[in-house]
Design a protein around this ligand. Sequence first.
Ligand SMILES: *[C@@H]1O[C@H](CO)[C@@H](O)[C@H](O)[C@H]1NC(C)=O
Ligand SMILES: *[C@@H]1O[C@H](CO)[C@@H](O)[C@H](O)[C@H]1NC(C)=O
Length: 211
Amino acid sequence: MKLQLSALFLGLAAGMVSAQESNQTGPFYLHVTGKEGSTLDGYVGSCHAGAAIEGFCYAGGALPEGSTSFQYYFNYTGYTTVNDDEVGQLAWRLRYRDENGGDAYVEQVLGLQYLVNSNVAAPMFGLGYPYLSVGFDKGGKLFAYNYFDDATFTPGTNPLPNAEGAAYYHWHVCWQYFTGYYYQSIGWAQTTPPHNPTCEPVDITQVFPPS
Ligand SMILES: *[C@@H]1O[C@H](CO)[C@@H](O)[C@H](O)[C@H]1NC(C)=O
Ligand SMILES: *[C@@H]1O[C@H](CO)[C@@H](O)[C@H](O)[C@H]1NC(C)=O
């Protein structure tokens, strides 16, 4: 219990630092390509999944023109890196009209929604999800990050001070049910193979618009 609490406080402190001192890149798009026999090819777009909640959906084919639903941002602090790549958070801008009818947005950070009976979690935007630590490698591929691997744990030894973080690429496109919607959307398999039989393995690659 003590360990969990200190990890929680570390997370909160890191979140506060990033809100103040983070650098941001974007907007960019997220190209989805199937691998290991999957022929999927498309883009990630944010899809409505409730009031100020969006899924991380898959749209096959070419990038729709002019849609901000497909534009993402990356925030990082320089505090955490893996293989010399920045680790940070993926953000999306939820647009709305302010009280004067002007364009406004609020930035939402990608988190994971878990199921009790699956190893596939749905990446989603919406207030209240714990932030997912992600980054882009030198080939532009999106990875998720954790600073320990619980398969290496031993009783009573806190892994944190000496743990080595690693990048993971367990992205899939799956039919998923969340907040009352059934979408073909990005799935994160905590372990592989994924429990959900509709999941196909994919890479997600950062694409900057031509400047
Ligand atoms: C990302 O960084 C920018 C620039 O520092 C900041 O304005 C924005 O609020 C940050 N977004 C999040 C979600 O932390
Ligand atoms: C953030 O951006 C500023 C201005 O470009 C730069 O001086 C600083 O090194 C950047 N921080 C990180 C962590 O990359």
